[in-house]
Design a protein around this ligand. Structure first.
Ligand code: SAM
Length: 203
């Protein structure tokens, strides 16, 4: 099964609240975003947004320029039904092949997407995308499974990261501003430790 069908099936067969990555409130990311003093018109790009409630929260906080990208059109349609199109632009695409990315992004947010990319060529594409999209001075907020996290997520193998590994992956154009561990409780009650990182693009 191809990747898009795999993810579409997950969103088709389960209610959003039952998905193993659902957050009623995307608290760790919202706390960090609250510290960044972004302007309400700054462009925020949410990579592999799925149907995350982070978008609803950002709209409540008056952000007006949100871009949600996901490989699953079903997830993005769910997000669109909740949030409309006046403040959110929706891009259905694969982050490792897309040519639809937007420039001058002030915040690149990725929770539980980078860790699915295990192929070196695709990782290079991700790195090019983040470098080309983010403006200098902009931020990357990236959360992956931690080194002691599960080896699979939604039946797919994942690459687990420490903050040092994400720092090395992003390279010298990015400065690590903050990192922390967050243990997420899945709807099933199982625990999933994550590595959260915040970077600034410095060149
Ligand atoms: C585990 S979910 C996380 C969703 C969301 N970030 C959150 O925190 O709730 C991973 C999401 O990434 C999307 N995804 C997976 N691989 C992708 C890729 N290569 N390009 C774009 N989206 C992808 C999936 O469709 C899914 O919505």
């Amino acid at each position: 099964m191809d990747l898009k069908s795999h993810w579409n099936k997950s969103y088709q067969l389960n209610s959003i609240e039952k998905l193993g990555w659902f957050e009623k409130l995307a608290e760790p990311c919202l706390n960090i975003i609250g510290e960044l003093n972004l302007a309400s018109t700054d462009k925020i790009l949410i990579i592999g947004s799925g149907a995350t409630t982070l978008v609803d929260s950002l709209i409540e906080l008056d952000y007006q320029n949100i871009i949600a990208l996901d490989i699953s059109d079903i997830a993005l349609n769910t997000l669109k039904l909740r949030n409309g199109e006046s403040r959110v632009r929706y891009i259905v695409d694969d982050i490792t092949t897309t040519d639809k990315l937007v420039n001058d992004i002030m915040l690149w947010q990725d929770r539980a997407v980078l860790h699915f990319i295990t192929d070196d060529t695709k990782l290079d594409k991700y790195k090019n995308a983040i470098n080309n999209s983010l403006t200098i001075g902009g931020y990357a907020l990236i959360a992956t499974y931690a080194l002691d996290g599960a080896e699979k997520c939604n039946c797919l193998p994942v690459k687990r990261y420490s903050a040092d590994m994400i720092t090395e992956f992003l390279g010298k154009s990015f400065k690590l501003l903050k990192d922390f561990r967050h243990v997420y409780t899945m709807p099933s009650g199982n625990l999933r430790p994550y590595t959260y990182t915040l970077f600034q693009k410095i060149k």
